[in-house]
Design a protein around this ligand. Sequence first.
Ligand code: UDP
Length: 372
Amino acid sequence: MSTVNYDYIIVGAGLFGAVFARQMTDVGKRCLVIDRRSHIAGNIYSEEIEGIQVHIYGPHIFHTDNEEVWRYVQRFAKFNHFRYEPVANYKGELYNMPFNMNTFHQMWGINTPQQAETILEQQRKEITGEPKNLEEQAIKLIGRDVYEKLIKGYTQKQWGRSCDQLPSFIIRRLPVRLRYDNNYFNHPYQGIPIGGYTRMVEKMLAGIEVKQGVDYLANKAELDRLAEKVVYTGPIDAYFQYKYGPLEYRSLRFETEMLECDNYQGVAGMNFTDAETPYTRIVEHKWFEFGKGNVGKTVITREYSKEWKPGDEPYYPVNDEKNQCLYERYKAMAEKEPDVLFGGRLAEYKYYDMDKVIAAALTVSELENRSV
Ligand code: UDP
């Protein structure tokens, strides 16, 4: 006696789940999307406060070099021409990010790429051979001066580990440029969806059944019966009841304040790169939309990084060797799980950007289409 009502039950209404649900619905599959939270859009969820789109789970800037993904998102939102150009604040000294001629001018008082190259070459020599950790990678990339002022303290706060205990790939996300160019990302397409991320995901989920406030793992047996297949986008270790022990994540705490002023810091993101300031950055949300919002108001968020413990929201996977090995064990179990697809940042334990999540969901849905 089967009570199967859906082809897919999709656990998690974040980007992966929403894109997968959209794609499968469009080819005639019956999808049910459930989420533990009382809202859709996962961590890209945004909420309007005083006419300002507030990024509730931390700032998200959409950027991609993937034409297909860029075309895809245009179906659900128009994007503005925002460019992320954060400023680093080291004990009151301000530096442009990412590392570029402006930063080098501010750091060393030099003006030409040749002068910067000479200093960088000198400082990079400190590291011979393959960098073994983030500290060595950072010094090899950008020299000790920049490392000490703009990387060391920030990274230690963000990851709760010293830089010689962290994998080098994290820092390779940041560009180094011998040009005057403060654009944080190298990708050709960048912007913020006009009207907010939540509305974009709402459009992805248009016409699809969504149930909020439903805890999948607590009601697994009963929910599994509803569908042929499950798409799980939650933490992979939780799915397997932490059988091999918990994976480590970084969590975040946000302190959001509404202020009675038009302009608090004049930039969307300011990173506090010293070790003493307890927060990693302050985000002033209105600057993602060029100051749109009610007159005389602004909303800022101080972001504090902390170790994840049960009950906290997991944000960043800690992809060091120990955790990566543990993840591989869970992944091997996942591969044997019949009729369950694992996808997204938490289920794949991956430091995923939004465009990569969308690309992955498109690929998985195409594979599904071919197999049925
Ligand atoms: N980072 C840094 N100083 C900064 C900004 C970033 O040292 O002012 C390092 C830090 O280790 C961080 C990594 O670069 O974890 C990646 O930063 P990104 O801004 O890409 O992180 P996310 O956008 O995911 O918060």
